[in-house]
Design a protein around this ligand. Sequence first.
Ligand SMILES: [Zn+2]
Length: 266
Amino acid sequence: MIGYSDLASAFRELDIPPVAPSMVHASLSAFGPVEGGAQTVVEAILEVFPTVLMPTFTYKTMVVPDIGPPDNGLAYGTYADANRQAHFFQSNMPVDRLIGMIPEMFRLYPRAHRSLHPILSFAGVNADRYLDSQTISEPLAPFRLLVNEKAWVLLLGVDHTVNTSLHYAEKLAGRRQFVRWALTPDGVVECPGFPGCSDGFDAIAARLSQIVRKRWAGKALIQAIPMADLIQIALTWLREDPLALLCDHSYCERCRSIRLDVANLA
Ligand SMILES: [Zn+2]
């Protein structure tokens, strides 16, 4: 079993510049047993990194109308059951299960604040400027500021399929963004600028060998990548190959929609 000091030493060994903000993606189960669980991981992260953000997404607010914009990466009319199970967004809503226990514990940390996007919120400590930059129409706006301020991406026991920064690279490359809808106490809110699918994102790993720093913490591989370099590498690749980073699932509506865009441009 590992504990607070093992985690803090592994994080320190990444040798990230002391003032750099960090966008953290983490899986508790990847570490193996951790004394004190998710709370210990969050405390070790905050011991080492001064400014931390994590995604605190809430997909269960999502509803889909019967008709909407075309080429929107979804099959209208097939969401009646999902719509019935949707929840109203509230700022204290738990993080989606897929996002995990560590972001959920981080969101509840006394010094953490959360942005108010009803699907794609982030929580942060010492990160109000980044959180406040997010709007309904620009859910990825915090990444613009983070890149300018030499942020790092930390992948703690997870791979690039959860690396939200790559969505910002897709947006910069001009890749199609989608429209989604969220149930809120003020009614259904249209959320443009919704990113594509991330299932194919781990293909970027092979291109990062020069810039990634790796350590182990318990059973978890932890990786630190400078965000600006990551985004530049992804952007260069997307400009060379407009199909880069898409997934291979035949059922994936968003990747199919992007393939159609590329075919129509050719
Ligand atoms: Zn896909």
